[in-house]
Design a protein around this ligand. Structure first.
Ligand code: TYD
Ligand code: MG
Length: 457
């Protein structure tokens, strides 16, 4: 007999309480706890569990053969790269991102490519009608792809659909927040619905060796809406990000049980869907203007991939007691640190100046290796002198003012040489090792920066 009991679930972190309270003691969120009915009673408690009888689990060893080729490529190379070399059978991948960033577009393109290569692909849309998806597909020239398209939000209907006939190679659920299971008495998008739906779909994927894609919405503060537990349940978590007003889109791996994280895929949104960008550095630098003070190219690294981006700084005098510090695309705490080090160790005061920092192209960078390039851009703007256009920089600035080495200097220099750069500002100490056509100007300490750049205050 199935009977409903009441429990209180934090919609932010998934913590369960017996009584209502104003603040979640687990994630400290206010007003996030709401009442949900809990399904209790025997084996029915798990959604999608078909049979009440118990089975003996077949145990095997690591050396045992796997039946199918464990990985297959999607045909979208940038997606394969982010996944760590293709899709793994029986795996679940969560793709998060802001509304309108292009998640559905990306998955529709991948689904079309997969189905054209002979894979059985089922695309379930819970947000758009079949007609809408079809129209979009036609506009992107994908009409010939033999993929199976459905519009549904009822989990049991979906499970029944994908369970008939041979198991699909790939199932795409767009989005997990629109799915609901009849057994759970809560609205779609709530913690219990999202968790139960994801659980049942992942169980199906593992049992039938199907690669599962779940689309997840992102809340205002950038987390996948609903329970954080969703990120723990899946094998791979990818974020699709980009700035509105820029056509670049970055697919970023943040968790991957089958490959390296931190890999990125770069796309460009066009009128005909997403185009893959095989050489992102060239794209990010394509908008560079003529020599202007306050810019410096940073030779960065995203995963295993070198990526050159322009860092732009504007330093302007202000009479205000609290000068502005505004950062787009980089960590504001890190900027404050670089400013403090330049002030304390090299006597370069920014105290009576507003400072604005921007990473061109709408890219977000998290590497401390950008410190030196940021410092160069700041000094260039402060002295109102452009630094030579064909120069790149990288290096991490310590609180002592020393410039420390960063991973893979050779790879960064090689990418810069490929794109026609001629000079580099790199950390002092060991040489990068790799032979390279760029002149290498070693900066051991921030005090040497003005001289190295030929700047004067
Ligand atoms: P969509 O994939 O629906 O985003 P999501 O699923 O992440 O919410 O993308 C919608 C946006 O992409 C929309 O603002 C229009 C734009 N777009 C293009 O510019 N070109 C295209 O070919 C397509 C299909 C969408
Ligand atoms: Mg969508």
């Amino acid at each position: 007999m199935v009977k409903a009991a009441v429990r209180y679930v934090c919609q932010s972190c998934g913590e369960v309480y017996a009584k209502w309270q104003g603040q979640c003691t687990s994630c400290n969120e206010w007003n996030s706890i709401s009442q949900e009915a809990e399904v209790t009673g025997g084996h029915k408690s798990a959604v999608g569990a078909r049979s009440p009888k118990t089975n003996v689990v077949t145990l095997s060893t690591l050396a045992d053969e796997t039946e199918n080729a464990p990985r297959f490529t999607t045909g979208v190379a940038e997606l394969d790269r982010t996944l760590g070399g293709g899709l793994v059978r029986g795996s679940a991948t969560l793709i998060g991102g802001d509304p309108g960033i292009g998640k559905s577009t990306l998955l529709l393109q991948a689904a079309a490519k997969l189905s054209l290569s002979g894979k059985r692909v089922v695309y379930i849309s819970g947000e758009e009608a079949v007609g809408q998806v079809r129209l979009r597909g036609q506009r992107m020239g994908l009409s010939d792809a033999p993929l199976a398209l459905g519009a549904a939000t009822n989990l049991n209907d979906i499970l029944a659909t994908i369970d008939t006939g041979p198991a699909p190679d790939v199932v795409i659920i767009d989005s997990i927040q629109t799915m609901f299971a009849d057994e759970i008495d809560a609205a779609p998008g709530t913690v219990s619905q999202v968790r139960a739906s994801a659980q049942a779909l992942i169980r199906f994927a593992k049992a039938r060796s199907t690669a599962l894609f779940l689309v997840g919405h992102v809340t205002k503060d950038g987390q996948i809406a609903g329970p954080r537990v969703l990120e723990h349940m899946v094998d791979t978590v990818l974020y699709f990000e980009g700035e509105r007003g820029h056509q670049f889109r970055i697919l970023r791996g943040v968790k991957n049980r089958f490959g390296p994280t931190d890999e990125i895929g770069v796309f460009e949104m066009t009128g005909g869907g997403l185009n893959e960008v095989a050489n992102p550095s060239a794209l990010f630098l394509s908008e560079r203007e003529a020599d202007v003070p306050g810019t410096c190219v940073f030779a960065g690294l995203e995963g295993t991939r070198p990526l050159l981006v322009e860092i732009q700084a504007l330093v302007s005098p202000t009479p205000a007691a609290n000068p502005r510090r505004t950062v787009v695309g980089w960590d504001s705490g890190r900027l404050a640190m670089v400013l403090a080090v330049l002030d304390a160790r090299a006597g370069l005061g920014f105290g009576n100046h507003d400072v604005y920092l921007n990473i061109a192209g709408g890219l977000k960078i998290g590497e401390p290796a950008a410190d030196l390039a940021v410092a160069v851009a700041l000094l260039s703007s402060l002295t109102d002198t452009a630094i030579p256009r064909a120069t790149i920089a990288f290096g991490e600035i310590a609180l002592s003012g020393e410039v420390h080495g960063v991973p893979q200097p050779g790879l960064r220099l090689k990418e810069a040489a490929k794109l026609g750069f001629e000079a580099s500002l790199i950390p002092g100490g060991k040489s990068s090792g790799a032979p390279c056509t760029l002149t290498q100007n070693q900066i051991g300490h921030v005090t040497g920066l003005l001289d190295a750049l030929g700047l004067s205050l």
